[in-house]
Design a protein around this ligand. Structure first.
Ligand code: FNR
Length: 391
């Protein structure tokens, strides 16, 4: 039985039984413009809906009469064991969602034995994350800037801070078009409008996030360039998003990063092959949660072709639309080594800071574990193609 608690945050989180429930809590605890920034997607949001629909369409085919007690959720990504096939995706401006930000997410990831990926446009530095979650497995998501010296320095710092993997995001030559953010007048840094004044009155605990997000956006980059005053994040974004990103950049990165390297945003077998031929250890099959090019395919539907193209040795991770333990199961069965989650943990963060992220992971782990057992499996590594049917 659940312990009764008077703490409203604990009560709300305890009552949330699914990521959908956490999303509903987040709606109530977060100013609309911030919630929409997380929840929304590009243009008509067709891809975001497709992602979810593809997971919903998967049928799971159980096999019974085999022992399934205490399933072993762990798996290997590269040569490392992780507690379950789940990785925290990079998300920008995370301290805008809740003041505990990246540090809180990295701590939860480390507690659960799962990798955490820090974004280049994060609101904490690589050193902040290493200090907040010592012993955790930290990955760094790279947006290459146009300045090669800055890029090299970023890699040096990630290496010195003990980051094990670099994830190069390639689906962002320009920022996607987010109509909700445009309608909400969302700017980073925030401008003072009637609406933000209203938000400050309605969500007093959030005022701090809003006021501090701007000076700390792009934390890793900013601490390098010595920019301490508030600079226009949009201008920085112009520098960060490299519209000419190409395979020469990837080759440069391969030559300058000694550890694992993933290319994130891959949706075609041809790109996947070329990325690996250029030296990547694998790919993240991702459409950025539907936040970049709308009308791309759902990631789950292109996954089998990409796995087939790369063969069993390359690392293949999938994200975009994962909100249930059974989504992890489906992705594994169709060729992924693990999945990444973005919004799923951000809903938790918005709903209750570190405790909300903890709740999100607990929900996903319980769903995944129970579903494995119901499917008749006693280990993550026993999931195979014949356990799912795609329409
Ligand atoms: C993102 N994503 C992202 N990706 C990336 O490579 N660098 C980044 O800075 C960000 N920032 C970001 C902010 C927010 C608010 C969201 C929701 C997403 C994309 C992210 O890494 C991941 O690909 C998606 O979130 C996966 O889809 P789901 O899990 O959100 O459906």
């Amino acid at each position: 039985m659940r312990r009764p608690t008077l703490n409203p945050v604990e009560r709300r989180l305890g009552a949330a039984l699914s990521i959908r429930d956490l999303r509903k809590v987040a709606v109530r605890t977060t100013p609309r413009a911030v919630f929409d920034y997380v929840d929304g997607a590009a243009d008509a949001e067709l891809t975001a809906r497709r992602n979810r629909a593809a997971f919903a369409a998967v049928e799971l085919v159980p096999e019974y009469l085999s022992p399934v007690d205490h399933p072993d959720l762990s798996t290997r990504v590269f040569d490392r064991e992780i507690a379950m096939p789940l990785i925290f995706a990079p998300t920008g401006y995370t301290r805008m969602m809740h003041h505990e930000g990246e540090a809180a997410v990295a701590r939860v990831a480390a507690r659960h034995g799962l990798p955490y990926t820090l974004s280049t446009v994060g609101t904490s530095t690589v050193e902040d994350v290493a200090a907040a979650a010592p012993g955790g497995e930290h990955w760094f998501q790279l947006y290459l800037t146009r300045n090669e010296r800055l890029n090299a320095e970023l890699l040096d710092r990630a290496l010195a801070a003990g980051f094990t993997t670099v994830v190069l995001t390639v689906d962002t030559p320009v920022a996607g078009r987010h109509p909700k953010d445009m309608r909400n007048g969302l700017t980073i840094p925030p401008s003072l409008t009637l609406r933000t004044l209203f938000d400050m009155a309605r969500y007093p605990s959030w005022v701090l996030n809003k006021l501090t997000t701007a000076p700390i956006a792009f934390a890793s980059l900013r601490s390098m360039t010595g920019e301490t005053d508030v600079i226009d994040a949009v201008k920085v974004a112009d520098v960060v998003f490299e519209p000419t990103l190409n395979y020469d950049h990837l080759a440069w990165l391969r030559a300058n990063w000694p550890h694992r390297l993933l290319v994130k945003g891959v949706l075609s077998p041809r790109d996947a092959r070329r990325a690996v031929e250029t030296g990547a250890d694998g790919v993240v099959v991702s459409n950025h949660g539907g936040r970049q090019l709308d009308r791309t395919p759902a990631t789950l539907t292109v996954l089998p072709g990409i796995r087939e193209e790369l063969g069993p040795d390359a690392t293949v991770i999938l994200d975009s639309g994962v909100t249930h333990g059974q989504d992890i199961l489906a992705a594994r069965a169709l060729g992924a080594d693990a999945v990444m989650i973005g919004r799923a943990y951000l809903y938790g963060l918005m709903a209750g800071g570190e405790r909300g992220v903890e709740r999100a992971v607990t929900i996903l782990r319980e769903e995944y574990s129970r579903s494995l057992q119901l499917l008749g499996l006693k280990a993550s590594d026993a999931i195979a193609r014949h356990h799912v049917r795609m329409p």
